[in-house]
Ligand binder design. Structure first.
Ligand code: XLS
Ligand code: NI
Ligand code: NI
Length: 440
């Protein structure tokens, strides 16, 4: 039974199209730098925002009807969401999806019953996957919504809650493997703290690492060959989140011997909450060999929380795609961890949100490829460090063949170095604009 009646399969119609239900820039088969757009951009649907979130906020009820013809809280509704999700992805041409355990089924009072429901729904999802060729990008366990996780999951003060979290991770890994997921995510939900007055930070971090090690051991034992991911976020819900940003998460993974099995899932809105740009956290991940997947969304410069908007900022998307292309692409994908604004409550809005996001990343891809082909940014950066390549003293520094004494003697002879050369920021920003708006 068709759920999104009257909404056709979304096609590419080009930039001149005025059809809100068409792609203007995302042309799946268009080849950019030798690869199809659809291969550069493995987009994924986020089960929670698209199929579950109704627009509830602190001040009011939901505005969007996501019952899809069934009674919320029932298994019939869980199945209706599967139907809606697969119809949505097919109409959008989206080939992957991401989920939390409790997005798929209503959580029961007893974990045994919740797990039984997960078995049932994953059987149903598998059938749909076979019919459509749609795949699972990643799965995760929601260890932040239930009140039992008020102090975190791995970082909780309660051994029973820790054990319960472990059970959820085990089941979510089982389902991820059953659905052939490429990855498994840990977003540290409430893994953080409110006040040092009641918190043993060292112990909590060690316990998070213990949970992650157990997940790796179990995952590998049941045949999970994909990547585990940490999704950094600096705050919200906790005041201090342990996975503040990419650099912090990488330090944590290395300190606890988890860096061989984990990469990062970088969310745009989380990077900006940390006071960085999206592209900063992508670069930090990439240079450390840790760039795995991304949560493609956008924050609001005027609000200090995770607004999870569909990305429309082409400049940021371009800079993000520049980092991703230079890193050789993602082993994961582009999960739209994004939701419609509360007053955008219709089925059309769901499609238009994804159209906006996919078109924005398509533009980012096209423009990032153009920046790479233009070459001026790369050439400038190369030249900027030339003294380490072309001078005797520079070569000695880089090859580790000098020491403070020799450098001090060199400086003595020099008296004072010349200024290091202009950074040319404005000229380079102008290069970006000229590539972005070529032909205007
Ligand atoms: C919340 C996170 C969450 C993760 C998955 O801010 O972005 O949605 O992506 O648990
Ligand atoms: Ni996210
Ligand atoms: Ni988020």
């Amino acid at each position: 039974m068709e759920i999104f009646k009257g909404i056709p399969a979304i096609r590419y119609e080009g930039a001149d199209s005025k059809n809100p239900l068409a792609f203007k820039f995302y042309d799946a088969d268009r080849v950019i730098l030798g690869k199809k757009m659809s291969e550069h951009l493995p987009f994924a649907m986020a089960w929670w925002h698209n199929l579950c979130a109704t627009g509830v906020d602190m001040f009011g009820r939901g505005t969007a009807d996501k019952s899809f013809g069934a009674e919320p809280g029932t298994m019939a509704h869980a199945k209706a969401k599967v139907d809606a999700g697969f119809e949505f992805m097919q109409k959008m041409g989206i080939r992957y999806f991401c989920w939390h355990d409790v997005d798929l089924v209503p959580e029961a009072d007893d974990i045994k019953e919740t797990n039984r429901r997960l078995d049932e729904i994953s059987d149903y999802i598998l059938v749909k996957m076979k019919e459509t060729g749609i795949k699972c990008l990643w799965g995760t366990a929601n260890m932040f919504g239930n009140p039992r996780f008020m102090n975190g999951a791995g970082s909780t003060n309660s051994a029973d809650v820790f054990a319960f979290a472990a059970a959820q991770v085990k089941k979510a890994l089982d389902i991820t493997v059953k659905l052939g997921g490429r990855g498994y995510v840990f977003w540290g939900g409430r893994e953080g703290y409110e006040t040092l007055l009641n918190t043993d930070v060292k112990f909590e971090q060690e316990n998070i690492a213990r949970l992650m090690h157990m997940a790796v051991d179990y995952g590998r034992s049941i045949g999970f060959t994909g990547d585990f991911y940490i999704e950094p976020k600096p705050k919200e819900p906790m005041k201090h989140q342990y996975d503040f940003d990419a650099a912090t998460a990488i330090g944590f993974l290395r300190a606890h011997g988890l860096d061989k099995d984990f990469k990062l899932n970088i969310e745009a809105n989380h990077a900006t909450l940390a006071g960085h740009t999206f592209e900063h956290d992508l670069r930090i991940s990439a240079i450390n060999g840790m760039l795995g997947s991304i949560d493609a969304n956008q924050g609001d410069a005027h609000l200090g929380w995770d607004t999870d908007e569909f990305p429309f900022d082409v400049y940021t998307a371009t800079m993000a795609m520049y980092e991703i292309l230079k890193a050789g692409g993602l082993t994961g994908g582009f999960n739209f961890d994004a939701k419609n604004r509360r007053p955008s409550y219709t089925y059309e809005d769901m499609f238009e949100g994804y159209i906006l996001g996919m078109d924005t990343f398509a533009l980012g891809l096209i423009k990032a490829a153009a920046l790479i082909e233009d070459g001026r940014l790369d050439a400038f950066v190369q030249e900027r460090y030339a003294s380490f390549r072309d001078t005797e003293i520079g070569k000695k520094i880089v090859s580790g063949k000098t020491d403070l004494k020799e450098l001090a003697a060199y400086a003595d002879k020099l008296g004072a170095p010349a200024l290091p050369g202009s950074g040319k920021q404005e000229a380079l920003e102008s290069v970006v604009n000229s590539v972005l708006y070529k032909g205007c």
